[in-house]
Ligand binder design. Sequence first.
Ligand SMILES: Nc1nc2c(ncn2[C@@H]2O[C@H](COP(=O)(O)OP(=O)(O)OP(=O)(O)O)[C@@H](O)[C@H]2O)c(=O)[nH]1
Ligand SMILES: [Mg+2]
Length: 439
Amino acid sequence: MFRDRAKIYVEGGAGGNGSVSFRREAHVPRGGPDGGDGGHGGDVVLVADPSRRDLAALRFSPHHRAGRGRHGEGKQRHGARGEDDVIRVPPGTDVTGLEGRAYDLVEPGQRAIVARGGLGGHGNKRFTTSTRQAPRFAERGIAGESGWIELRLKLLADAGLIGLPNAGKSSLLARLTRAAPKVADYPFTTLEPVLGTIDDGDRQLVLADIPGLIEGAAAGAGLGHEFLAHVERCRVLVHLLAIDELQADGAAQAEALLSGYETVRGELEAYGAGLERLPEVVAISKRDLLPDNEAEALLATLRAGLGERAHAVLAISSATGTGLDQLTRTIFEVVPAEGDGRIAADERAEREPEFEAEHIVYAPTGGGFDVVREDDAFRVAGRGVEMLVARHDLTNLEALAYLEQRLREIGVIAALERAGFEPGDEVRIGAEAFELDPG
Ligand SMILES: Nc1nc2c(ncn2[C@@H]2O[C@H](COP(=O)(O)OP(=O)(O)OP(=O)(O)O)[C@@H](O)[C@H]2O)c(=O)[nH]1
Ligand SMILES: [Mg+2]
């Protein structure tokens, strides 16, 4: 079954720990520190892959974790970076990511890092200074980003076929393209969108057949207007109005077609994504059900009734093929050629995977912090300080001393003192609570 939505859990790999190690050589009694850094955790990455049709596969494997970074080792050996977890999604996938980040994967090969791996910790070698020549501590790696993200597929089609159920949309798609959608004489035959490609020898355009719309679709009637998301990216709508054999005469026929037209337009507007502003080609379908001499008069009545709203009004029959060439030409005419940012379908597939969906600057030591009283203690809140504390083992006295020094440099100690802190008071940062007694 076609799935155009998925919710998945993504988790970047944890960074590896830095190593505490000292050089050991046969004739050097006390070698210097040589602990290497931990590797960064791998990222969870989405990649647009045209061989994927929908998001169904993700429903069976909603959990995605990238590999953790390896720990650093002695002799300055740095840990390897964790492996990325790469998830393939069809082009047209919209993502609501962690912390409100949004990505739109459109071009084949486009990538989005949806969960960053954690940074690896520095080895003790990095903490060597003139006054601290043998640091017996290293940083811990930190956890990667994690959480649930939402994926929504909005198919990439140039032209969208819309109309009431049974209007003949699937029959038209089957006739114009190599797609083989199900066709039947009852409403709601099409339960999921189907794509097909039309070609004029020069350009290719993708046509989307979507489930029929009925009055109240916006409020959930029929299959609802869910599927209209798939025409959001279209450049033109092809609106089919089917001849009804049972109508008494030409006037009743015209009236029925126009009222059906308004129903669908009403739903497009109710959908609210500006679909009603797309150029529209109106096609009277099942023209073979109409005596030949009535077709022209009906077209004239519809053209008068629709006025400026329709880019063109034609009559077609998927059964006999009447009007199909003209319809194809009209669609190519309305969809602007390249040069407007839209790329022909065949070119799309050839593009090298090269660019990212969005670049995000990752700032592990992000700016400020706040100090607030919490019970008898003081809480320091701020991403940068929290990360700093998370990276150190506070049961290690040397690490604690280093941390105190850093907190002083950043201005945290001064801020604590302004808030009434006295040496020995409890301080809470992130998940850690400790007595701070800055020397
Ligand atoms: N006579 C005639 N019948 C047609 C023509 N096009 C479609 N039909 C018939 O109309 C019925 C509905 O056609 P579909 O193509 O399934 O219509 P649809 O708009 O895709 O319908 P839903 O998917 O249910 O919304 C089928 O029985 C078709 O055989 C046509 O040009 N002439
Ligand atoms: Mg159909």
